[in-house]
Design a protein around this ligand. Structure first.
Ligand SMILES: Cc1ncc(COP(=O)(O)O)c(C=O)c1O
Length: 408
């Protein structure tokens, strides 16, 4: 990094980078560091800041609620939590969801889903029906349950043994579903993968998964933590992909940057759950849910979602323009405003991705990476067409430089 406001070796554990850019304030898609340098934030706090930075409307709601009541635990509830729960159980198809468990992070939402699935399997099918299946390229979180279904060697290996009964199958491989039988409690899947590389389920795979799971009474858990909540132009990504899951997990953008997650469950699962089976101290507190009510209302406005689709299309066109001019930028991936640009390169040119990301940062554009060779973009859903153009212009300059330097 060649910017001024960089801190070296902060007292954070070594699982993080040893230098950090220190960010100070933001407005919409723009963000400034402590030295006053401006960036376009196409990371969106890893798909969290869907409504952009510096939202006075959300800040006011949080402040008002903090002054009124900040925390009550799950021994009691509050009006904002009740209001949000009522909204969330009405999402999806009529009658699809009966209850929502609130948590604080994506991984917690998945933990809750896995626990509910095991409770359901135990109490309807009996012992020995506890297995889980997930897919290559998936990222479901860092706690031990979610990690047991995130089959990336470098994430899993130091923590063995992980929880028993977890298996992996190739994403989008219909034949691999033949292994499923009644001994599986659930399948956990990202209908649109985030970290893994922006792949989405094919219609044939969605149908095979639906039919096979229905046949063996296996619950389908859709992890919509990164791809859901309006990011693709519909509230859930699965609504465009021919899948109807039983359980849905949500988190990142729910509370405008505050920590909140949700696990939506159907009546048949809720009917098997007993008092004390699961719980949380902070999940669904009045401050996060008060903000989340406003975020939900904004995102579910059909005009807002239409604009996401429109911006997604503009972004697609702009990225495809790069693809035309740089043969190594060979594939545009993703849906709506969760997009990827694959930079095909020789494994010997390992440094290319890192150099592109850091050159973008130097030129005022924050971007993410997915898998080994994909640049990932998750800008606020409020991004303007002009900002999309500015970001792609920066990217173009960077690709020109790096194409020369790497001979690609
Ligand atoms: C699809 C998906 N699931 C789960 C998680 C875990 O969420 P968290 O980091 O909030 O625990 C992430 C985080 O990137 C994610 O992208």
């Amino acid at each position: 990094m060649s910017v001024d406001s960089v801190v070296h070796k902060p007292p954070f554990p070594k699982n993080y980078a040893d230098e950090f850019l220190v960010l100070d304030h933001g407005k919409g898609t723009e963000i400034w560091d402590t030295a006053g340098k401006r960036y376009l934030d196409f990371t969106g706090g890893i798909a969290v800041n869907s409504l952009g930075h510096g939202r006075k409307d959300l800040a006011q709601i949080a402040r008002k609620q903090m002054e009124k009541l900040t925390h009550v635990s799950n021994l009691y509830t509050t009006e904002p939590a009740l209001e949000l729960a009522a909204k969330l159980v009405k999402t999806g198809n009529p009658g699809q969801f009966a209850a929502v468990h609130f948590g604080n992070s994506g991984t917690e939402a998945n933990e809750a889903a896995l626990k509910y699935a095991r409770v359901y399997a135990l109490r309807t099918k009996g012992e020995g029906h506890h297995k889980f299946l997930s897919f290559t390229g998936a990222f479901h979180g860092r706690t031990l349950g979610s990690l047991s279904l995130t089959f990336t060697e470098k994430y899993q290996k130091p923590y063995a043994p992980l929880i028993p009964g977890c298996e992996v199958a190739p994403y989008n491989d219909v034949k691999a579903l033949a292994r499923l039988d009644r001994t599986y409690a659930a399948v956990l899947i990202e209908p649109l993968q985030g970290e893994g590389g922006l792949d989405k389920i094919s219609p044939a795979f969605a149908k095979a998964l639906q039919d096979t799971c229905a046949k063996h009474d296996i619950l389908i858990i859709a992890d919509e933590i990164q791809g859901g909540y309006g990011r693709t132009g519909t509230f859930f990504a699965w609504q465009q992909l021919g899948l109807t899951p039983d359980i849905v997990t949500l988190a990142k953008p729910m509370a405008g940057g505050l920590p909140l997650s949700a696990t939506l469950i159907p009546a048949k699962v809720n009917n098997q759950v007993h008092v004390g089976d699961h719980g949380t101290t902070f999940g669904g507190g009045p401050v996060t849910t008060a903000v989340a009510n406003r975020v939900y209302d904004i995102i579910t406005d059909p005009k807002f979602l239409d604009t996401v689709i429109k911006r997604g299309k503009s972004f697609d066109r702009l990225l495809k323009g790069l693809k035309k001019d740089f043969p190594f930028a060979d594939q545009v991936k993703g849906m709506g405003l969760l997009k990827g640009l694959r930079l095909k390169h020789d494994p010997a040119q390992k440094a290319l991705m890192g150099e592109v990301i850091s050159a973008c940062l130097d030129k005022g554009l924050l971007v993410l990476r997915a898998g080994s060779d994909i640049l990932r973009f998750a800008p606020p859903l409020t991004v303007s067409k002009k900002e999309l153009e500015e970001a792609v212009a920066i990217l173009r300059t960077v690709l020109e430089e790096k194409a020369k330097a790497f001979g690609v």
